[in-house]
Ligand binder design. Structure first.
Ligand code: PLP
Length: 441
């Protein structure tokens, strides 16, 4: 939103989203399904996720690593899109899961992902969450601090188990992305300082029978669209591995994290082959098992959020008010992020149109999806799609302003299914109780 470059045209947006096209009377079509039909059937706001797009992107990622002969295990970052149907699609493509809470761990298991294909990251794992992970003997727990290491070792020994762990390294590198999604600088809360690793590694191997230390993990941030930070980060990890090995310590696994960005607006986002090349260059000759944990790159372009125009308000600006709000998709309000917007009706031309602000109904000035955007004329009742909403969309929704959670639909070739029905107001109210003393005199 802060960029001064002109917005991409509708045609450019379509070119960047090969799963979307206009088909005459059917309007905007996603992987063969008319989004207007879905909005009519399920009402708005409504999330749509395409299993086909998810699968295509999963394969493209795996192919990029295969082309470089890299032994990479792919884990999907569940926090980007946690619906069990999506996890099932990705599990069928051979993906494991990267989870950051006990809840996500339960979800991944419920979706049929094998415990040994699950990696658990996150800086505040409670004893209960660690116990759950130990009990299920998950593939790897990424330890984020000395304090957590001691807790985990003690818990595992008490349970007479041995937890497979890696150290999450804080390499002190700026991911050059939005500061709210930067995780690898020294001042960020994540990981163990890289210069503290060798001593801690030795101590762990000799003094901590509750854990089996297999290697290192790093995750620098999200929506990274340049190669530099990936390369610098992995070079630091490779240097650490060499130091550890020179000192007689064994390293068998490196978790390269996630973070690969996508072109929401006009970012020159590199393809997965860039990531594969960088990993091959920096870590390829270490003879370790490699892991990656992408979330956004896989899921974001697989989903859209559909909304309907409530009113077009003519004021100092022309405000197109839609029935989806920041409670549904919080990214623009939280990260100033830019999302493409396409009308569902086939536009007469895709070049210009009205200049409008597209806003939600929430009583907050930050509830804005687009400022001064060129869109074909929109009027009350028209439908629109917010693009690239498949990651960090549904998972961040809230019921702010007492707005129930929106419906979610999955499309898959000719098939479609409501995978989460719209929450009802009764359900929202049913969780609350009013203390007796307030209602009995
Ligand atoms: C969020 C996160 C990811 C996924 O990040 P994306 O930018 O969505 O690819 C991977 N690993 C960890 C540890 C994370 O916290």
């Amino acid at each position: 939103m802060t960029s001064t470059r002109p917005d991409p045209t509708l045609q450019t947006l379509l070119n960047n989203h090969p799963n979307l096209s206009y088909e005459g009377d059917r309007g905007l079509v996603m992987d063969g399904t008319s989004l207007t039909d879905l909005a009519t059937q399920h009402d708005t706001p409504c999330w749509v996720i395409s299993a086909d797009t998810l699968r295509r992107r999963a394969r493209a990622l795996q192919d990029a690593f295969r082309a470089r002969d890299l032994p990479v295990h792919c884990h999907f970052a569940v926090k980007a899109q946690d619906h069990q149907a999506c996890l099932t699609v990705l599990a069928q493509c051979g993906f494991g899961a990267d989870v950051v809470s006990g809840g996500e761990l339960r979800r991944a298991l419920a979706a049929g992902i094998r415990a040994r294909d699950i990696v658990f990251s996150g800086i505040g794992k409670t004893d209960k969450e660690l116990e759950l992970a130990i009990r299920h003997q998950i593939g790897q727990i990424n330890v984020e601090s000395v304090e957590e290491l001691h807790r985990l070792d003690a818990l595992a020994r008490k349970m007479q188990q041995r937890a497979r762990i890696a150290f999450r390294v804080n390499p002190d590198i700026d991911a050059q992305t939005h500061s709210k999604i930067t995780t690898g600088r020294a001042e960020d809360k994540f990981g163990i300082a890289h210069d503290a690793i060798p001593a801690l590694y030795r101590k762990t191997m000799t003094d901590m029978p509750g854990v089996e230390l297999v290697g290192l993990a790093v995750h620098l941030g999200s929506q990274m669209v340049t190669e530099g930070p990936f390369r610098k980060g992995y070079e630091r990890i490779a240097a650490l591995v060499r130091t550890l090995r020179e000192n007689g310590m064994s390293v068998t696994d490196i978790d390269c994290g996630g973070g690969l960005g996508i072109p929401y607006r006009d970012e020159q986002a590199p393809p997965p082959s860039m990531l594969a090349d960088v990993i091959a260059d920096t870590l390829g000759d270490l003879g370790v098992r490699l892991h990656v944990e992408p979330g956004r790159w896989l899921a974001a372009p697989s989903g859209v959020l559909l909304g309907r125009v409530i009113d077009v308000k003519e004021a100092a600006r022309r405000f197109v008010i839609i029935d989806a709000g920041m409670n549904d998709l919080v990214r623009p309000a939280m990260y100033d992020s830019w999302h493409g917007i396409l009308p569902l009706r086939t536009p007469e031309d895709t070049t210009g149109g009205d200049v409008v602000d597209v806003v939600g109904p929430i009583c907050e000035s930050s509830d804005i999806f687009a400022r001064q955007r060129h869109l074909p004329p929109l009027k009350k009742g028209d439908l629109i799609a917010l693009l690239d909403a498949g990651a960090y969309g549904t998972v961040m929704s809230s019921t702010y302003n007492s707005r129930p959670l929106a419906a979610q639909v999955m499309i898959d070739g000719q098939r479609q299914a409501l995978i989460r029905r719209r929450q009802t107001l009764d359900e929202l109210l049913a969780q609350e109780t009013i203390p007796d003393w307030l209602t009995t005199p």
